[in-house]
Design a protein around this ligand. Structure first.
Ligand code: S3P
Length: 454
């Protein structure tokens, strides 16, 4: 039996120090998937050892890859080779991870095997029809619950057919599912994205030596082409720190007066740094130093200083895909800014680990912030300083809602509690210790520690 672990976050003194944020979640999934496919050894340095990524590792083993961690913290994968995926004997439990599920459904769909996927109560609610439609065009067959929900079975195609598919929603997971199926299809698979999304799959495929053609189309759209079937070899991968995880200490450092923190080796892929651009435009002091490229990804050291106070702004909707996971913590920054912040184009927030649009709106309101929520929008009336706080937040198995409201507690007049911090381990193991080492005061709610030790 596992019990919820509530946490309390109280007003914090200045944050200071240099700390390494765990590895990027998106890149870690892709390193394991391609490492589990490429012939020979792939050595991964800096892999995120969060539950979501461990679920990908577990599934890749079930597909026949050999994967292990050595004592020095490196991960080693020995791949099966494109076309040689083994049929998993068990049902694959993907826990909380939508990325693992959608990417691996794509991988399985391109192979002549049958695989079954399930997950936790959050993942069981998330739509899979967005990958079932294009993968069905490639020849895969599915059996899923109503609305394309897990548990789901996929029977991959004997000879996957290449498609040209225009994404109806901006989703890197859907794009990646199609490209991974395309690796074993006969011919050129094309994904057209009207609004570009994170391109880690493209970068990782190239890093493994594969030819991915990227075409810039009119109006900012992009087409990605991959030719299958393609066998490839393993390689060495360096996973940079996760900019989505970093956004929590970054916002805390911006808001708590007198703070200065340094975060080395962060992924600063242009498709991931919308939150940093936005915070800068709101008046934050965020610098990228020593920009470089590592394993096909842009990396930099981040220096963040508090000061000045933030100004509310209208955030351009076409920037949302580059900060989709950071909206909850950006909303916390907006709640403390001077003036109004308007966010539009947020439809995808409704289908994340929880309905994040509703969770942000109700959580901020409970903390005394004026918020208007539309079907796809949030309008946040900044308090111009601290917020009343004093609320108890329901996290609904959503790690980023838990972390965002713990950050809010650091600048609130009264402590903020979250009902369950366990989901934080899906993406940011060690979050509480890391934040407290920087100067935060996040602690178990009285008596809860006994429940935590079940
Ligand atoms: C991810 C893509 C995004 C993001 C998720 C990770 C990925 O999801 O929210 O946390 O690694 O491809 P969508 O593709 O559904 O937008």
């Amino acid at each position: 039996m596992r019990y919820p672990v509530p946490l309390k976050s109280s007003r914090s003194g200045p944050l200071s120090g240099a700390t390494r944020i765990p590895g990027d979640k998106s890149i870690s999934h892709r390193a394991l998937i391609l490492g589990g496919l490429g012939i020979g050894e792939t050595i991964i340095h800096g892999l995120l050892e969060g539950e979501d990524v461990l679920n990908t590792a577990h599934a890749m083993k079930a597909f026949g890859a050999r994967i292990h961690r050595s004592d020095d913290g490196l991960w080693h994968a020995y791949g099966v080779g494109t076309g040689n995926l083994r049929e998993p004997a068990e049902i694959l439990d993907m826990g909380n991870s939508g990325t693992s599920t959608r990417l691996l459904i794509g991988l399985a769909a391109g192979h002549p095997i049958t695989a079954f996927f399930t997950g936790d109560s959050s993942l069981l609610k998330r739509p899979m029809s967005r990958v079932m439609t294009p993968l069905g065009e490639m020849g895969a067959q599915f059996m899923a619950r109503d609305g394309g929900r897990l548990p789901l079975g996929v029977r991959g195609s004997e000879k996957a057919a290449p498609v040209s598919y225009r994404l109806p929603v901006p989703s890197a997971q859907v794009k990646s599912a199609i490209l991974l199926a395309g690796l074993n299809a006969q011919g050129t698979t094309t994904v057209i994205e009207p609004v570009p999304t994170r391109d880690h799959t493209e970068n990782m495929l190239r890093h493994f030596g594969l030819d991915v053609v990227i075409e810039d189309l009119s109006g900012g759209a992009r087409a990605v082409h991959i030719e299958g079937p393609k066998c490839f070899e393993g390689c060495a991968v360096d996973v940079p720190s996760d900019p989505s995880s970093a956004a929590f200490p970054v916002v805390a450092a911006i808001l708590v007066e007198g703070s200065e923190i340094r975060l080395p080796g962060l992924c600063v892929n242009p498709a991931r740094i919308g939150v940093y651009e936005t915070l800068r435009e709101m008046g934050a002091d965020i610098r990228f130093e020593h920009e470089r490229v590592s394993s096909g990804e842009r990396v930099a050291d981040l220096v963040v200083r508090s000061g000045g106070g933030l100004r509310g702004m209208d955030v351009p909707p076409d920037r949302v895909p580059s900060m989709i996971d950071e909206i909850p913590v950006l909303a916390v920054a907006a709640a403390c800014a001077n003036g109004i912040t308007r966010l539009t184009g947020l439809a995808e927030l409704r289908v994340k680990e929880s309905d994040r649009l509703a969770a942000v709106a109700s959580g901020l309101s409970a903390c005394g912030v004026r918020v208007e929520a539309g079907q796809e929008s949030l309008t946040i009336h900044g308090t111009g300083g601290s917020v009343p706080g004093g609320a108890h937040i329901e996290t609904n198995l959503d790690h980023r809602i838990a972390m965002a409201f713990l950050v809010l507690g650091m600048v609130a007049d009264s402590p903020v509690t979250v009902d369950d911090s366990r989901p934080i381990a899906t993406s940011f193991p060690g979050f509480v210790d890391l934040m407290n080492d920087l100067g935060a005061q996040i602690e178990p709610v009285d008596g809860a520690i006994l429940l935590a030790r079940d």
